[in-house]
Design a protein around this ligand. Structure first.
Ligand code: GLN
Length: 202
């Protein structure tokens, strides 16, 4: 059975656990390297990426998380989780480290302070109906590498299209928070992705 871990250092990990719990997978918190060893997929929640990064370092999880990604396990990050999975960040704290893995550059708090939080109906590739996406001090993607698939974009007031949902192989990231809605389709998509990955954690 798929055992999905939710990184539970800071942020809205409880909401991700709720979203996953209806999807016929085992779900558990991951707070240290030992707990990471017992899961074969991982969700990184929204929250504050500087804090998540700092705490991950403190509990000795940063390198094991990088190895988890390199070993080909499925990982999904929402908002701060997207930042954690990005190879490069803009407007980060100078000492802010990410796990990396997705060949993208994300800008933190990209939507600006005036539009701190908002909701919009987003068209997501292969989703039959639009998705009500909740953005909270969200990042957006400014550069996408050639092996990254863009699954959804958001059009800004200046008519610029910015990717807000991307996938690279076993890694998935959204700038928005599906865990804050009752719509489980993004989590379902991730679980399907994770099930098709053959890696088994030992
Ligand atoms: N602005 C936060 C950060 O930089 C992300 C916000 C969120 O996860 N809702 O980490």
């Amino acid at each position: 059975m798929l055992r999905v871990g939710v990184l539970a250092l800071q942020g809205d990990f409880r909401e991700h656990i709720n979203s996953l719990s209806s999807l016929n997978v085992a779900v558990q918190k991951v707070r240290n390297p030992e707990e990471l060893k017992t899961v074969n997929a991982l969700v990184i929640p929204g929250g504050e990426s500087t804090t998540i990064s700092m705490l991950a370092k403190r509990v000795g999880l940063l390198e094991p998380l990088r190895k988890f990604v390199k070993d080909g396990f499925a990982v999904y990050g929402s908002c701060a989780g997207m930042i954690m999975l990005a190879d490069e960040i803009l407007d980060g704290r100078s000492d802010q480290e990410t796990i990396g893995g997705i060949d993208i550059t994300v800008r933190r708090n990209a939507f600006g302070r005036q539009v701190d939080s908002f909701e919009t109906d987003l068209a997501i590739k292969d989703f039959k109906e639009s998705f009500r996406a909740v953005f909270i001090r969200a990042p957006w993607v400014e550069r996408v590498g050639s092996s990254v698939e863009v699954l959804a974009t958001y059009k800004t007031e200046n008519n610029e299209d910015h990717p807000v949902m991307v996938r690279q192989g076993t890694l998935l990231a959204t700038a928005f928070h599906p865990e804050l809605t009752n719509d489980n389709r993004v989590h379902e998509y991730f679980v399907q992705m994770a099930k098709s990955v053959s890696s088994v954690n030992s």
